[in-house]
Write a protein that binds this ligand. Structure first.
Ligand code: C5P
Length: 413
């Protein structure tokens, strides 16, 4: 089940730390190599000796140990792993992950990695339900950190509710799921556009729009997590680069178009960028002066990247997906857009001011393909991206005869 997979298991403090021993046993039985980091608080509940005995390796527990750093530094520990698993993940460790603290070996390894991370939270129910913990989890989720549990039940502190560490078999199943899906798009090249474009008026001023790039970046991240060799072509955003993704930064629609063409051939293209419809043909090489009178801006249409990828002849990606950001008659407009642009799927979303879609964390999608319209429930942009990536993998697998058939209806409202 885990043959050849390398897991770095981080055990933080909590009464449930003893369950990590059973988890290691299961992972090793399944063929994984397990290396352990034990936090200082974790060592109050489980001994380094038992972790070492079960993992068959030494236990790493001190950031500043000269021998540890010489043999296997904190960077190598995470570089050497296919997946980092934090079980149990205490409220404190989750907070440190959310805020990027790095004051011991566990947090340093977690901050220094670009590898996927799965957390299994365990804590008192009130700590779990506290707005701070929930906000930390939402942030980690948005960054693509996977999680399993916690489950509901009686706790060591005598209270009842959510906060119990997921059982070792559930954590092992979540890890198995991860490795299964992680390979689904291996060998597929993907192209994603994201963010706004800036159309220069002069060297200082530009025309732009409110796109944050969050949805496009999340899609590039999700495709890469399924193993696709992903190029993200992004207009200016305040977002970091998704790990493992090749990022090409552009400003104008014309630059974005050129970068897209240079990225071909790809198996799938997702155009999530909010490309400016017009460019300023009269852009001034110097800053326009206010006392020069009202400037005259001559506009010309920008190239349509989605339409041109859809009509790219032999270079056409097997699957071309566009977005339709609308403020009214969302489905009607999106259907017309799909026909006009010639793409395969359109993901329509309502970006009216009341929806909070632009710049927000959530999105409500209607997916339109040749079979009709499907309403997805309101989801975080990360969840939309993960769902879309799975559907892309389903579609490409069905097309290549590798099955499974499309999972249509899974999220249908
Ligand atoms: O025409 P409209 O901007 O509404 O279409 C939205 C879809 O088309 C999005 O997928 C967007 O990324 C794409 N698009 C594009 N190039 C343009 C305009 C839009 O790729 N110039």
């Amino acid at each position: 089940m885990f043959s050849g997979q390398r897991i770095l298991l981080i055990v933080s403090g909590g009464i449930a730390a003893y369950k990590s021993l059973e988890l290691i046993r299961r992972l090793r039985e399944g063929g994984a190599t397990v290396r352990c980091i034990l936090t200082r608080a974790g060592a109050e509940f489980v001994t380094p000796l038992s972790l070492a005995a079960l993992s068959g390796d030494k236990v790493y527990d001190d950031l500043f140990s000269l021998t540890d750093e010489a043999e296997m530094g904190h960077i190598e520990l995470s570089r050497d792993a296919d997946l980092l698993v934090v079980a149990p993940a205490s409220a404190d460790l989750l907070a440190k992950m959310a805020t990027g603290q790095a004051d011991d070996l566990a947090t340093t390894a977690l901050l220094a990695t670009d590898k996927p991370i799965l957390v299994a939270p365990a804590m008192n129910v009130r700590m779990w339900e506290h707005a701070a913990t929930q906000a930390n989890m939402a942030l980690l989720d948005e960054r693509g950190v996977l999680s399993v549990g916690p489950s509901e039940g009686e706790m060591a502190c005598g209270e009842f509710g959510f906060g119990r560490l997921a059982e070792p078999e559930e954590i092992a199943a979540a890890i198995a799921d991860f490795f299964r899906s992680n390979n689904r798009l291996r060998g597929t090249r993907a192209l994603v556009t994201s963010g706004p474009t800036y159309e220069a008026i002069d060297p200082v001023r530009y025309i732009a729009n409110r796109s944050s790039g969050r949805q496009g970046h999340a899609i590039a991240d999700a495709l890469s997590r399924l193993g696709a060799e992903t190029t993200l072509i992004s207009g200016p955003t305040g977002l970091g680069d998704p790990p493992g993704v090749r990022v090409v930064r552009v400003e104008s629609a014309e630059d974005m178009m050129a970068a897209c063409q240079a990225a071909l051939p790809v198996g799938v293209a997702v155009c999530a960028a909010a490309v400016a419809d017009w460019k300023v043909t009269s852009a001034n090489p110097q800053k326009l002066k206010k006392d020069g009178g009202l400037p005259r801006l001559d506009l010309a249409p920008n190239p349509d990247i989605l339409a041109s990828l859809s009509a790219a002849g032999t270079e056409r990606p097997a699957l071309v997906i566009g977005f339709a950001a609308e403020t009214e008659n969302v489905i009607e407009h999106a259907k017309a857009k799909r026909a006009k642009k010639g793409c395969d799927w359109i993901l329509a979303n309502d970006v009216g001011p009341a929806t909070g879609t632009f710049g927000g964390a959530r999105n409500r999608i209607h997916m339109i393909d040749d079979r009709g319209v499907e309403a997805w429930p309101v989801m975080t942009k990360t969840a939309v991206a993960a769902e879309l990536a799975e559907r892309i993998a389903d579609h490409l697998a069905a097309g290549s005869g590798k099955g499974p058939a499309a999972r249509r209806g899974k999220t249908a409202a």
